[in-house]
Design a protein around this ligand. Structure first.
Ligand code: THU
Length: 139
């Protein structure tokens, strides 16, 4: 299983693929599957702003489309195009909900990075308590 340092490196790589001409804020994500595979994602903006998609969901949806269903962690890095240093880039609420569909909030980890070696690790439940799940629909 890869180390978070490597997962963060993949998020930095993914960030280079961002299409963010409107915000100029480029985000990369790297999603680690239980089987050890890693899927990268970047943000993809649109002239109709609401159509834009975050890096985290790009990674998640790509992985799900490839048949993956079990995930361990996601690394995220974001900053303006010309940034040389980075602050933590927490996933938006929609991405947290999207992850909640597939990830156990007690186990799944969100890795927020400033550099390849400086990152903070949170459980999904810490950053998104009380996410809406299938169970809530069957009560
Ligand atoms: N964005 C992400 O891709 N992930 C985040 O965690 C926060 C925000 C994107 C959406 C938009 O393209 C740009 O960053 C500015 O909000």
């Amino acid at each position: 299983m890869i180390e978070y340092k490597e997962l963060v490196r993949r998020a930095f790589t993914a960030r280079k693929k961002a299409y963010a001409p409107y915000s100029d804020f480029q985000v990369g994500a790297a999603l680690l599957c239980e089987d050890g595979r890693v899927y990268e994602g970047c943000n993809i903006e649109n002239a109709a702003f609401g159509v834009s998609q975050c890096a985290e969901r790009t990674a998640l949806f790509t992985a799900v489309c490839e048949g993956e269903r079990s995930f361990t962690a996601i690394a995220v890095v974001g900053g303006r195009r010309e940034a040389e240093t980075f602050e933590l880039c927490p996933p938006c609420g929609i991405c947290r909900q999207a992850l909640t569909e597939f990830c156990d909030p007690d186990v799944f980890e969100v890795v927020l990075a400033r550099t390849e070696t400086d990152y903070q690790v949170y459980k999904l439940k810490e950053v998104f308590p009380l996410g809406f799940t299938q169970k809530d629909m069957s009560r």
